[in-house]
Design a protein around this ligand. Structure first.
Ligand SMILES: [Zn+2]
Length: 214
């Protein structure tokens, strides 16, 4: 009976591309449809592309536009873990391509209220996946002290985000800390998180995000 119900549901709702709604040709293997995938493959960044936010270099494998933006929304706000896994793999490939070595993985923290409200923790998810692939341990080094950011111009964002994060404690980390975030836009979040880590004693920090505004 259950099988019949499942089949009829499958019949009523054919598996579609979560980005554009087109039917998928091979739903067991496709994350998005072929059209969207083609667009995503055009969004990969060239090697050597890095942004400097505050005192840390930030690498990102994808340009934040088109289907990438849509996929990020599905991952962050609709809990599509398959998208997160795709992003984490792209981030790992980028780190390998750039020859970035690191000893510990950490992430830009979410406020506990955000985690409760959305039922997910995207940056931690990405960090855990990168940890699994790289064999480096993941450790939460930062906590978020406030939840809502006010909507203000990019120019003022750096001021606005000051004091948003604090170091959990003075954990001695030998070597390089990889700081993970989902997207880099103005760079103010990475700059602030990097600063807090630096002041807590972590002198070698490299940032990685799934996507970035260019
Ligand atoms: Zn599509």
């Amino acid at each position: 009976m259950l099988q019949i119900i499942q089949k009829s549901i499958a019949f009523l709702v054919p598996p579609v591309c979560p980005v554009c709604g087109e039917n998928l040709i091979d739903p067991s293997r496709e994350l998005v449809c072929r059209d969207c995938f083609q667009k995503v493959s055009l969004s990969f960044t060239d090697s050597g592309r890095v942004r400097v936010s505050g005192r840390i270099p930030v690498y990102f494998p994808l340009v934040y536009n088109g289907p990438v933006k849509h996929m990020m929304h599905l991952f962050k706000f609709e809990n599509f873990e398959s998208m997160g896994k795709f992003f984490a793999r792209a981030m790992m490939s980028k780190l390998e391509e750039e020859g970035i070595d690191f000893d510990i993985v950490t992430y830009v923290p979410s406020h506990p209220a955000r985690i409760r409200e959305k039922g997910s923790y995207p940056t931690k998810f990405l960090a855990m996946e990168i940890s699994r692939m790289s064999g480096r341990p993941v450790k939460g080094l930062l906590r978020a002290t406030r939840y809502k950011k006010s909507q203000i111009s990019a120019r003022d964002r750096r001021e606005n985000i000051r004091g948003f994060f604090e170091a959990i404690d003075e954990i001695e980390v030998e070597g390089t800390v990889l700081l993970v975030d989902d997207v880099i836009t103005t760079g103010s979040t990475m700059a602030e998180a990097g600063d807090v880590l630096y002041r807590a004693g972590h002198k070698k920090i490299v940032g990685i995000t799934a996507a970035g505004k260019v």
